[in-house]
Structure formats: C-alpha cells, structure tokens
Design a protein around this ligand. Sequence first.
Ligand SMILES: [Zn+2]
Length: 288
Amino acid sequence: MFIDTHCHLNFSAFKEDRDRIIKEALEKGMQIIMPSTQYSTSKRAVEIAERYSEGVYAGIGLHPIHVDARTVDVQEVESEEKEGQPWMTFDTRGEEFDYQVYKDLVASKKVVAVGECGLDYYYQPKGSQKRIEFQARQKAVFEQHINLSLEQDLPLIIHCRKAHDDLLEMLERYRGKVRGVVHCYTGSQEQALKFLDFGFYFGFNGLIFKKVLALPSPEEVIASLPLDRILLETDAPYLSPPQAHTERNEPLFVRYVAEEIARIKKLPVEEVSRVTTANARTLFALPS
Ligand SMILES: [Zn+2]
C-alpha cells in the first residue's frame, strides 16, 4: 500500500480519464494527495477530492512560477522527451495570491495541505532587475502561504528549485512552528541536514532515475536520510519512471520509486511502504 503524496490529477492531462485512474489507485489500496498550482486547479482538486468518501485529498496553493505571467519554453530548457505532449508546455499565470479565497477552500475537510508553494529560481525572467523583482514577489507569496498554513494548522507542500538557501533563510523565522515536506527534493546533502533540523520531510519521485538532471546525486541524499522523513510521490503527469514505459505518469507508478528507495537503503520494499505511509499519515493527519 502506498500513498502518492504529490500527483496532479487535477490537471488537464487527466481530463478524459481521471476518475478511472483514481478508482484504479484506490482499488489497489492507494491514497493520493493532489497539490495545486493556482486557484483554478486548487478549486478543482477540492471538488475532485470531495467526490470520494476517502483516500483522495487536496493541497491548495499558488506555485511560485505562476506569480509572474510569461510563456515558459519547456522545450528549450528540458529538450528531451517533450515532443507531442502538449501538457508538458505551459504559460505562467501571473496570478495574485488572494489569501481569503484560498482560505475559503480550506473549509473542505479534504484539504490536508497548503501547496504547492515555495521558490523557483529555475525559470527566471531575463534581466537582473526583473529577476530581483520576481524573487521578491515569490518570497512575498510564499510568506502568505506560510501564514495560511500556520493559521489553519496545515503542513506545507513546498516546491523549491535552485533556491534552497533562500528557502532555508525564510523558514528560519518560523522555526519550531512551520512543518511540511520539500517535494521533489533536489537540494544538497548539507541543505538536507538543515531541512531535517526543521523537522521537514522529503518527497522523492521519478526524478531520482534521471541522475544527470538531479544534482547532487539523489542516491547519496536518499541513503543519508532517515526513512521516517521520506515521502513517496509521482508528481504525475510529469516525471514518469522509465519502468512505466509511458510518458504520462500516474499514482500507480509510485511503486517504482518505492522499489528504488528500497534498493538504495537495502530494505524490503514492504518496509519502505509501511514507513512512508505512516509518515504521510502523520504529516497530513490522514485517517488510518
Ligand atoms: Zn507538483
């Protein structure tokens, strides 16, 4: 039994068959958490989760890359394996974070996290002044997510790319209060120790198979982290593990990530399943 703590079944990539995919996952004993990236997907995540009596949960938030309105050329920055997949390219939204409307969504019992939110310095606008403004706006929006998570007593699902030191600096002000997971962890081992010290969890997905893209070595980071701080995720529809032999990722493929973590940590996969499931239940206060 696995909990996919980060899958975007609320995205349009699953428009045609999301209920089938959710049903298949639930039938296999899985549970899923759908984080969101803007208001529309947040609302949709809540609506989807509300349709199921159990096992399907939502996170609500504004992804850092959507605080700005631009067209991000995914083809350009991640040239491999994107052709013929329209859901792999996107325009950023330039959405203002409206605290109250996001707060209203938390009224649903199915909302178990605030996120995904955080900092992303990977897709930056060109020009140093624009870059400074972009980073400042991301920080201001992330701060509001921290406030919402504290006010509502919900954990954060944090997205962080090329900004781990700034993220740690921001979290420092909330030490002892803030909790959550750094999903798709791509920081260094040294930074991982600092997040551990905050009591944070680490989410791993199919990116761990892309050893060239994920620096430093995910293998070393996973080996050094205690299993009771690790969460499994897919980040579906993205980052499909090679073993799945399909470009669109889905919750059931989370087992490949579990198997890889089991291999790295020299543990039976059942142990990885048991501990990571307990971790997710604890962090997100899921019913057992
Ligand atoms: Zn995500």
